[in-house]
Design a protein around this ligand. Structure first.
Ligand code: FMN
Length: 205
């Protein structure tokens, strides 16, 4: 079984959550794929403060908040769909805090993120408000954790980008081309994860 985890970087239930959930549900009942999603909404996630406890003690983060439960889900998954609204031309501070807290994962337990795959999505209130910049930032966040990035199908390039017109879930559904692009992206990710899983079993790595 391959597990695909959605990570919603919006602090509210709006356009980003809608795009993510629509795309994940488009995988439907593809055999061998299981989906789940987590969100930063309502969660306490302090940013990393570079205390170096994790690196020094070779253990998990000393800060105790909602990140433990979120990280457990992250580690269990095989592939990720990371989605964020554009906030001042980049990802939300909540999503950045989430990624900053993965320091022990990458520095102390790097094997836990080895050979995982990820894709990126962004929603912006303006037509050209920085969705592409935000997708690129998410891609860089994934790369910074050693996660392999999967590109979109033809026409999508780096990821999926939606124009919400600041209308939350309704705005997301009005951008049907973006929902279609997000769904293709997630289906491609599922395909890659399934092929990788079969290959890994075949070569016994
Ligand atoms: C602090 C803040 C900064 C924003 N900056 C941008 C921006 O630079 N470009 C843009 O297109 N939209 C910007 N927006 C609008 C959101 O990206 C847009 O409404 C998005 O779809 C919200 O996603 P959500 O409904 O999932 O929360 C900003 C919104 C907030 C609250």
């Amino acid at each position: 079984m391959v597990k695909i985890l959605g990570v919603c970087g919006s602090p509210r239930s709006g356009a980003t959550e809608k795009m993510l959930s629509e795309a994940l549900s488009s995988i439907g009942n593809v055999s061998g794929v299981e989906t789940e999603w987590i969100t930063v909404r309502g969660k306490k996630i302090a940013p990393c403060n570079n205390c170096n406890y994790c690196k020094r003690e070779k253990t998990w983060c000393v800060i105790k908040d909602d990140m433990q439960e979120l990280l457990e889900k992250f580690v269990e998954a095989d592939a990720y769909v990371v989605a964020s609204p554009v906030y001042v031309y980049t990802v939300t501070p909540q999503l950045l805090a989430f990624f900053s807290r993965m320091r022990p994962l990458f520095h102390v337990y790097p094997e836990k993120l080895r050979n995982k795959f990820g894709v990126a999505m962004a929603t912006g209130g303006m037509r050209n408000g920085g969705q592409e910049m935000t997708v690129n930032t998410i891609i860089n966040l994934l790369l910074a954790k050693g996660i392999n990035v999967v590109s979109n199908e033809i026409g999508g390039y780096a990821g999926a980008m939606l124009w919400s017109k600041d209308k939350e879930a309704l705005g997301a559904m009005e951008d049907d081309k973006a929902i279609e692009s997000a769904s293709k992206l997630v289906n491609k990710l599922a395909e890659v994860a399934l092929i990788y899983d079969a290959g890994r079993k075949a070569v016994n790595v």
